[in-house]
Design a protein around this ligand. Structure first.
Ligand code: FAD
Ligand code: NAD
Length: 486
């Protein structure tokens, strides 16, 4: 908030009195001291000296990029942060670059044919990435179908994210670690809702749009930025759509279940173990934080989900009264909007194949990724013998969905839960303390000798770091562990 106040103060934070300049590499290199520090991010140069003392990671971290291109470093640490908004008052100008060569008509035509131009497949992608996807389209009187040929078999409805907003049609397909984008301004109007179908065994995705008028389209539309491109997933900027707050329910004294509704013109399913970013504008600045969607309840077999799942997205979110983002979120009224990004995360579903023992170590809201994992494992993995959750909290009042967890343990023979409290009242007669080798070695007992095991761990950073150290000391291999970190 102090930083935002400073940016609104009208002070000249660049020293350029509102001018923007072109910066050469030579000039950039000269500004490499704390009191005169310029950094380039994605071609734009910022004077970050006034921001030094506000940087949550400290001055030294920021100085690692002083006088140079900090894009890679920035992307590694917090690429979701909206630096354009945070640093807009520090903008010096653009890097001086040669003008881009405009596409000629032939190339444009090739793009609209749906084949990926050779020049867009970088050497790394050609070697390690998926084979080039492509797309095509056809129409009937009332429908337009866009087909994406991914040339991969492990494609499902989670793999494609489709949005149609502000005249831009956007379909991003995640194929292995890459992102294939179709981005078009459609030539004619279509209705808001559409359907998405995946033919898994041939890796084909069909998006069926409903025409507003039954006229014949001569072409699909005009290509927009990065249309028909295949790039590593982490290089694709996060894309947001506005979702509406439908309900907010108290779960514990400080944690709430938020239900958001996707717009009808969005197809977005968040894969197990992945998170999204929620974005709100606080005092004119966009603030973004990651959250892990959950299901609306643990006990899917006990009750039908109250609302169909493809339309709603649920979050269990702890409100920190002194926090920056969560009080703002908590102040939203039913019907207000929050921007939700496309998903991110690296849990591979193949880790669950043939699994026999699944151990979940969760602390506080680190429980959130475990919700979908639990549901998935108990309903989809026939080889599974045992799922055990060790849930660390400060007090009994902090335990999220305790009742549901106990009911599930009662009903489902393969599932057990143990609660460990670090600051209980004197009435608590369960397990006590923080994560420790003693607690873990007692808890992580395989159901049979040499069983195939996976341990998932999530919570505050020190909890996860300590847990990982103990797990390695207990001789679990990297392959047997998945940790959730930012
Ligand atoms: P912050 O402003 O970050 O503050 C949090 C607490 O720290 C407050 O008590 C605040 O007073 C204190 N604090 C802040 N700065 C300082 C300081 N300098 N010194 C001392 N104390 C300080 N959370 C969920 O509730 N649900 C989820 O599903 C979820 N999923 C996540 C997924 C990922 C991948 C990650 C990385 C985090 C996830 N989180 C989740 C945490 C979430 O992203 C936020 O960190 C959390 O909501 C706090 O945000 P905030 O801005 O309200 O609080
Ligand atoms: P909390 O402060 O209520 O603590 C819960 C428990 O965590 C404690 O009872 C204790 O057992 C353990 N713990 C806390 N601090 C510890 C420390 N320094 N050393 C060892 N153990 C410690 O937890 P909270 O406020 O609910 O915070 C949850 C955390 O989980 C947040 O930091 C959030 O960012 C993180 N989270 C991460 C993800 C992800 O995917 N990476 C998802 C959800 C939450």
């Amino acid at each position: 908030m102090d930083w935002i106040r400073l940016t609104k103060s009208g002070n000249d934070l660049t020293g350029l009195k509102g001018r923007l300049i072109e910066v050469t590499e030579e000039e950039l290199r000269k500004h490499n001291k704390k009191d005169d520090c310029w950094i380039c991010i994605r071609g734009f140069v910022y004077n970050v000296s006034p921001y030094m003392e506000y940087h949550p990671g400290g001055e030294d971290e920021l100085m690692r990029a002083a006088g140079s291109d900090g894009t890679d470093l920035f992307d590694q640490v917090h690429r979701w942060v909206n630096y354009e908004s945070m640093l807009k008052e520090c903008l010096i100008g653009r890097m001086a670059v040669k003008p881009a060569v405009l596409k000629d008509n032939r190339e444009e035509k090739k793009v609209l044919n749906g084949m990926l131009p050779k020049s867009q497949v970088t050497d790394t992608l050609a070697k390690d990435g998926p084979s080039s996807p492509s797309y095509d389209w056809f129409q009937t009187d009332s429908l337009v179908t866009i087909i994406i040929y991914t040339k991969q078999k492990d494609i499902n409805l989670d793999s494609v994210i489709v949005d149609h907003q502000d005249d831009a049609f956007r379909a991003e397909t995640v194929i292995k670690n890459c992102s294939y984008l179709i981005h078009i301004e459609l030539s004619h109007e279509v209705q808001e809702d559409f359907s998405v179908r995946v033919v898994e065994n041939v890796g084909k995705i069909e998006i069926v749009l409903k025409k507003k008028e039954n006229t014949s389209w001569k072409f699909l539309g005009h290509p927009l930025e990065n249309h028909n491109s295949l790039i590593p997933r982490k290089e694709r900027g996060l894309y947001y759509r506005k979702c509406q707050l439908i309900s907010k329910e108290d779960i514990t004294h400080d944690t709430k279940l938020f239900c958001l509704m996707r717009p009808p013109s969005t197809h977005l399913q968040v894969p197990i173990g992945q998170h999204v970013y929620l974005k709100l504008t606080v005092a004119g600045t966009e603030i973004v934080k990651p959250y892990t969607p959950v299901s609306d309840s643990l006990l899917l077999e006990f009750k039908e989900p109250a609302l169909p799942n493809n339309k709603y997205i649920y979050f269990l979110i702890k409100i920190y009264p002194a926090g920056f983002f969560t009080p703002e979120l908590d102040h939203l009224q039913i019907g207000d909007f929050v921007s939700v990004s496309s998903p991110e995360g690296n849990l591979k579903i193949s880790k669950f194949q043939e699994l026999e023992d699944l151990f979940l170590l969760a602390a506080g809201t680190g429980f959130t990724p475990m919700v979908k994992i639990l549901n998935y494992a108990l309903t989809n993995i026939p080889s599974l013998r045992k799922v055990k959750l060790m849930f660390f909290n400060k007090t009994e009042d902090d335990i999220i969905w305790r009742n549901q967890l106990e009911k599930l343990a009662f009903k489902e023979k393969r599932f057990d839960v143990e609660f460990v409290l670090s600051a209980p009242t004197s009435e608590w007669n369960g397990k006590l303390g923080h994560i420790s080798p003693a607690l873990l070695s007692e808890f992580l007992q395989r159901s049979v000798d040499k069983s195939r095991v996976l341990i998932c761990i999530c919570g505050p950073a020190p909890f996860t770091e300590q847990g990982l150290r103990f797990l390695h000391d207990l001789n679990f291999s990297e392959d047997e562990i998945h940790d959730f970190t930012a």
